[in-house]
Design a binder for this molecule. Structure first.
Ligand SMILES: *[C@@H]1O[C@H](CO)[C@@H](O)[C@H](O)[C@H]1NC(C)=O
Ligand SMILES: *[C@@H]1O[C@H](CO)[C@@H](O)[C@H](O)[C@H]1NC(C)=O
Ligand SMILES: *[C@@H]1O[C@H](CO)[C@@H](O)[C@H](O)[C@H]1NC(C)=O
Ligand SMILES: *[C@@H]1O[C@H](CO)[C@@H](O)[C@H](O)[C@H]1NC(C)=O
Ligand SMILES: *[C@@H]1O[C@H](CO)[C@@H](O)[C@H](O)[C@H]1NC(C)=O
Length: 760
């Protein structure tokens, strides 16, 4: 009964075939004739122009009548008042994955009330919930308990979210059940390098309870690193240097993390695979076969808990004088509690620590809400926008600011539809569940619909916590960068008379004063940490993730509340408005553009940079095989050049189309119309399927769920992106045999991608 979803049956299985007929090849000849001129234009630095609505060309029988400027109309619709109401709704009750069906029903009905069809699509992943937890410091000889950690966040008078009886205690999603005891060792951030440095200093974490601080790498990888070193359990605390009083006043006086606050979160080994641990690579439908939990490789086996710095302080004090002084082990090993007289020592402690993490694992129904606005012209092509709905607590910034925006995008689209808007492509709005456990709802849906997604999805636009601060930040596949710039130029930045783009540009160019020449704002590659993962890394869909960012002191705590948001971040909801406008504008542009505004040239340019970075890494490697390295780099650069050449070709085809027919194919005569539509379909299909071509069906070594050869979450970073991941890892491991094979394979994949871009 579940996983019945989108009536996908009414969508054609396949895109139109690429034109191979005589008339198409005639137009191909024409395209080639124009190529030189067009290439020259591109070389002259003319970048892609965003398609605006052409209102004067639409008199003919093809239903190409976007009579009004949907984008301009849309920008006028979002309302701060509505966004405020939406945020209030989502933050007024807890909604940890699987436990608040009411919010799913509300979201579905909200979509439906805008005239948009919507359904709840359920999956049944394996999730854990906290039952009992304890962290205590005791004398093993006398059993005398010297300290019991509180493991609860203080109630803040005036903030109802902080006293919700359903709030979770200290807890890590996908943490191992366990009750372990041992001496304590401090391991800084718990990175691979930190564990190495400890070892070099003669300190072992074997059979110890490891205390690490948040920051630097994804928490699940800290636990995994400790597990590999033989530790019994891990405590991860929020050091005030990271997001507490060292940064500024703490909540409720300021936005930073107060002393009792801790950061919940998933400790999944997400770099192996995200989503449900028991159904890797396929959907967790109700009757799907499941792995035995002992066979699930994306979860850790030692228990862990998050701690506040108030609870961590006595533990750190117990290390004083034991082992080595942390500052001797490495730079940057000392946190911010020194102002309270804490010295940072490695231990092991003389006292023992008991860590109890009793959790219950069960198969739970989760609810994605999937809404659909059918496209009128190219209904088989779809743009998906997604945001997760579940939160660890009230989740005002993460994710309710994004969920509020999603409802407002839906309402605005509903308005446009009433006014006669007919989006060219299908738009899907996805409200994901269980993202916090690590992209579970989106991953299961993506695995469920993989064939359809591969064939039809043009792009995925993710908004997680949309408003956490005031600085716009984008990560995306390079081909979407010009679109991002164009859209942010059209949206006004709150409390200024400038566009979001201008403020972004000015901030980055004033921060980076050292650079001689001003440059366009940074749009970096996607790592992981939100719902785009299955789309980009598993299925090869071009993706964007963005937010208004700022230091967030209440991340994954009870204080990420409506009060916190309205006191410190967005009292008038103008940032919510701007993020809604950006999201909707990106969507409308992608859904309506006759020719997709994808810039392959940007991809080729970035690929060159990725190879440059690989080269730097090779150069600094101690075990370099020069022969292999030289040849591999030559192959890779050559492939990247080929992609650049193909980028110029497809740009030329596009210009030819525009010149000869107009991108809307609005001309007299059925024959010309068919020719134009065929050429246009072919260009579009090649543009958006380029990303698919970077998927290696074999997957990355040791983690075959991740299949994009150009980008993945860093094996030991998690959130952070690693470009050319398999090659980089081979260099790091000094495995030149593997490197050689991978370089050949990667070059072939890029060559093939460049080739299929030109196939016409
Ligand atoms: C679910 O969310 C709604 C709306 O935010 C809230 O009223 C309700 O109390 C929540 N349910 C639970 C079990 O927390
Ligand atoms: C956890 O282990 C400690 C020490 O072995 C023991 O005293 C305590 O009873 C255990 N707690 C639970 C809930 O099993
Ligand atoms: C544990 O208790 C014993 C007995 O009182 C005492 O000798 C010892 O110093 C204590 N250990 C620590 C680390 O405090
Ligand atoms: C924006 O422009 C208006 C009219 O020129 C002016 O009154 C206002 O102060 C400006 N706002 C900002 C933030 O610069
Ligand atoms: C470098 O790799 C090549 C090809 O695998 C191999 O023949 C050669 O012995 C290697 N050279 C060194 C110095 O390891």
């Amino acid at each position: 009964m579940q996983s019945q979803l989108l009536p996908l049956s009414d969508m054609p299985e396949k895109l139109p075939l690429l034109p191979h007929s005589g008339r198409s090849s005639r137009s191909t000849h024409a395209a080639k004739a124009l190529l030189v001129m067009a290439s020259a234009l591109i070389l002259a630095g003319i970048v892609m122009v965003l398609c605006q609505c052409w209102s004067d060309l639409d008199h003919f029988d093809e239903p190409e009548k976007q009579q009004f400027d949907a984008l301009s109309l849309f920008l006028g619709i979002p309302s701060a008042e509505r966004l405020r109401d939406n945020l209030w709704y989502y933050t007024s009750g807890t909604h940890v994955a699987g436990i608040n069906r009411t919010q799913a029903v509300y979201t579905r009905d909200y979509f439906r009330n805008q005239g948009i069809s919507a359904d709840i699509v359920e999956y049944y992943p394996w999730l854990n919930y906290p039952v009992d937890q304890r962290v205590a410091l005791f004398n093993a000889t006398t059993s005398e308990v010297l300290f019991e950690a509180g493991l609860k966040e203080d109630v803040i008078p005036g903030d109802p979210a902080s006293s919700d009886p359903n709030n979770l205690p200290a807890f890590h999603g996908y943490s191992a059940d366990g009750n372990v005891t041992g001496q304590l060792v401090y391991a800084n951030y718990g990175s691979v390098d930190d564990f190495k440095a400890l070892k070099a200093a003669g300190i072992s974490v074997k059979d110890k309870i490891v205390l690490v601080r948040y920051g630097n790498l994804f928490r699940g990888l800290k636990v995994h690193g400790a597990e590999l070193e033989g530790a019994r359990g891990v405590l991860i605390y929020s050091d005030p240097a990271e997001d507490g009083y060292v940064q500024g006043s703490v909540y409720p006086e300021g936005p930073w993390r107060p002393e009792s606050s801790f950061q919940r979160g998933s400790v999944q080994r997400m770099t192996v695979y995200p989503g449900d641990p028991l159904t890797p690579g396929y959907a967790a439908t109700e009757d799907a076969p499941r792995l035995d939990p002992s066979k699930a490789t994306n979860i850790n086996h030692i228990p862990s808990l998050p701690l506040s710095h108030r609870d961590a302080e006595p533990l750190l004090r117990a290390l004083k004088g034991q082992g080595k002084q942390a500052s001797e082990v490495g730079d940057n090993w000392v946190g911010g509690l020194t102002s309270k007289g804490v010295e940072y020592w490695t231990g092991p402690s003389e006292l023992n620590v008991n860590l109890l993490n009793k959790v219950e694992y069960k198969t739970m129904p989760i609810q994605n809400v999937i809404a659909k606005i059918p496209g009128q012209k190219h209904s088989e092509e779809a743009v998906i926008i997604g945001n997760h709905r579940d939160a660890w607590c009230a989740g005002a910034s993460d994710p309710a600011s994004g969920s509020a925006a999603m409802l407002e995008v839906a309402r605005s689209f509903g308005e446009l539809l009433k006014q006669g808007w007919q989006p060219r492509r299908t738009i899907i709005l996805a409200s994901w569940d269980a993202e916090e456990y690590f992209a579970v709802g989106s991953t299961e849906w993506g695995e469920d619909k993989s064939d359809w997604i591969r064939e039809n999805v043009v792009a995925y636009l993710n908004l997680d916590g949309g408003v956490r601060g005031h600085n716009i930040q984008f990560k995306a596949t390079p081909n979407l960068r010009p679109l991002i710039y164009d859209v942010t130029k059209r949206v006004k930045h709150p409390h200024s008379n400038k566009s979001v783009y201008d403020m972004w540009y000015e901030r980055e160019n004033s921060v980076q004063k050292t650079h001689r020449k001003s440059h366009k704002p940074h749009v970096g590659p996607l790592g992981s940490g939100s719902d785009y993962t299955v789309f980009l890394n598993h299925l090869g869909v071009s993706s964007v993730d963005f937010k208004f960012d700022g230091g967030s002191g209440v991340y994954h705590s009870n204080y990420d509340s409506f009060k916190w948001m309205t006191d410190f971040v967005d009292p008038d909801f103008s940032y919510h408005c701007a993020i809604t406008q950006i999201w909707g504008a990106l969507t409308i542009t992608l859904a309506d553009a006759p020719v997709l505004p994808f810039d392959v040239h940007e991809y080729a340019k970035d690929l060159h940079k990725y190879i440059d970075e690989l080269k730097t890494r090779i150069t600094s490697s101690s075990r370099i095989n020069h022969t292999v390295a030289k040849r591999a780099l030559r192959q890779l650069y050559k492939a990247a050049d080929k992609l650049g050449t193909s980028a110029r070709h497809i740009e030329a085809e596009r210009r030819h189309l525009q010149k000869k027919y107009g991108e809307r194919c609005s001309m007299i005569g059925h024959h010309r119309l068919t020719v134009c539509s065929d050429i246009r379909s072919s260009i579009n299909s090649r543009l958006y399927k380029l990303e698919r071509d970077f998927i290696d069906p074999m997957g990355l070594p040791g983690r075959k769920w991740y299949r994009h050869v150009l980008v993945s979450p860093g094996k030991w970073l998690g959130y952070g992106s690693q470009t050319l991941p398999a090659l980089t890892e081979a260099v790091e491991e000094g495995d030149w045999k593997r490197f050689k094979a991978l370089a050949k394979r990667t070059s072939e994949i890029i060559n093939r991608a460049a080739w299929s871009l030109r196939e016409a």
